[in-house]
Design a binder for this molecule. Structure first.
Ligand code: SF4
Length: 488
């Protein structure tokens, strides 16, 4: 078993990406394509990964491991155990189950044996009524193997009376609330499903005579697959070597894609909703510069996620862009078990200030978000230590004041800086010369909604900024979470 990846100095101060899913049908050694796809989706989950494959002679095979894809699924020895023309895989950061202490039994894909054959399933998202479903299923005799919410889908499928696996999956997913993009497989079919609101992404690609499903288009690129289209919100595709069959098994609803995928989660080289993520982030920077201009000498990104927005800010404002902070790309693997002294260096292990550039300058720092604020404070100190005259923060998302319950790990509400402080209080807390966030309308404009957010019928999920949850977080309400009141 490989060791877990080392912790990241920002781990407690970023929203963590959910999971990445990938599947391929109709090509020889499909699992090797899946391994490559998962490698391109590694930013969506670094704790663990798993691959299931099916071969007509050798049946289903699976491998689930802790750690990075490159450390586990590159050896010939492992890949030889995953033969066949059909395969799916999953990279995970736990958003339910035992956070940060993944057990191997929680690592997906999950597998179920049904009377009509086996099926494996990989899920990205979060089921908001999982506790109630789990209680009901356990009372009716289901025996759960993991602490993951996704396992409910397999048990609901086992209880369905439908005759085919895709029909059983439809039955199961109609009982599930929340956010789900699912990639699944039977002995002969690759299946992809998106929840009716389409909160999490899923795209279809074509590779040779075969097909691929992926969380993001960047993973299609790595295997040389051609991007075909997004799976529609509420759509199920059932794919075999003859082609793609599409169905819409859920009650139709207006889509609410996660707007934070545009800001931070997705890779900048992916395409979301027909838009380049990189260009959207550059637009966010331009909007920020229009909304919150400030006189300064340099615009610097907080690497790497703040980079496109910083470029956009610079282009719009005319203030020169500069790499004032340099990221050490190789730090992660050097200190697998850091000593106390090294741990205390925190952010300095990962980032260093370009002193010669910063000294005596008024610096605008562009970051993607402020979660707890701990990293922002440290970065500000580093910039001041390097002799900057002024530090101005510009943030490429609105204040993150509410937790996400749709497959993104967020701290409890009290731990979010914006949940307890006004913008001015946050500025004082971070002790910077100015702090400005993009407005919600500005963010909507940057993703292509020229008139901003439609307050009566928002075009995206933006619950972590607005507190307006498109799906009631039933399990969390049961645990005492309080929704936004009319007065807030
Ligand atoms: S709450 Fe925020 S992070 Fe979660 S799905 Fe909605 S927009 Fe995305």
């Amino acid at each position: 078993m490989n060791s877990m990846p080392p912790s990241h100095p920002f781990d407690d101060d970023k929203l963590r990406e959910e999971c990445g899913i990938f599947g391929v049908v109709g090509v020889q050694d499909a699992s090797t394509f899946v391994a490559l796809g998962l490698h391109a989706l590694q930013h969506r989950g670094q704790e663990a990964g798993g691959i299931v494959s099916h071969d007509p002679q050798l049946g289903f095979n699976q491998a689930r491991r802790f750690g990075y894809v490159r450390d586990n699924f590159t050896s010939q020895k492992i890949m030889e155990t995953l033969p066949g023309p059909l395969s799916i895989g999953h990279v995970r950061y736990s958003t339910s189950g035992s956070k940060g202490q993944t057990a191997i039994r929680d690592v997906q894909p999950f597998f179920g044996e049904f009377s009509m054959g086996g099926a494996a399933i990989a899920h990205n998202g979060n089921i908001t009524n999982a506790n109630a479903l789990r209680r009901e299923l356990i009372e009716r005799g289901s025996i759960f193997q993991s602490s993951s919410d996704s396992e409910c889908i397999i048990h609901l499928m086992a209880r369905s009376l439908q005759r085919t696996i895709p029909e059983r999956m439809e039955d199961a997913l109609r009982r599930v609330e929340g956010a789900f993009s699912v990639v699944a497989m039977t002995r002969t079919k690759l299946i992809g499903v998106r929840d009716p609101l389409g909160v999490r992404p899923l795209v279809l690609g074509k590779i040779g005579d075969g097909w691929a499903l992926s969380s993001e288009t960047c993973a299609l690129d790595i295997i040389g697959a051609e991007y075909v289209r997004e799976i529609e919100p509420g759509e199920m595709v059932v794919i075999n070597e003859e082609g793609v069959e599409s169905r819409f098994p859920f009650r139709s609803r207006k889509s609410r894609f996660c707007i934070f995928e545009h800001v931070y989660f997705s890779r900048p080289d992916s395409i979301l909703g027909g838009r380049s993520v990189y260009e959207t982030r550059e637009n966010i920077g331009r909007e920020l510069a229009k909304e919150s201009p400030v006189e300064a000498d340099l615009v610097c990104p907080v690497p790497d996620s703040g980079t496109p927005a910083a470029i956009g800010f610079s282009l719009e404002s005319g203030i020169p862009y500069a790499m004032g902070i340099i990221r050490n790309q190789y730090m992660g693997r050097t200190f697998i078990e850091p000593t106390e002294q090294i741990r205390n260096m925190g952010v300095r292990l990962k980032l260093n200030v370009n002193r010669a550039l910063i000294k005596d300058k008024r610096v605008i720092l562009v970051d993607d978000s402020v979660v707890r604020g701990t990293t922002s404070r440290k970065i500000k100190e580093m910039i001041l230590d390097a002799g900057a005259k002024e530090v101005h923060f510009r943030i490429a998302s609105p204040p993150t004041a509410w937790p996400c319950f749709y497959g993104v790990d967020t701290p409890q509400r009290e731990k979010l800086l914006a949940a307890t402080m006004s913008e001015e209080e946050m500025r004082a807390h971070l002790a910077v010369d100015s702090l400005k966030f993009i407005s919600l309308d500005g963010l909507y404009r940057a993703v292509g909604e020229a008139n901003g957010r439609n307050a009566g019928n928002p075009q995206y999920c933006d619950a972590c900024f607005s507190g307006e949850y498109p799906v009631e977080p039933a399990d969390m309400l049961e645990q005492g979470f309080r929704l936004k009141t009319a007065a807030e």
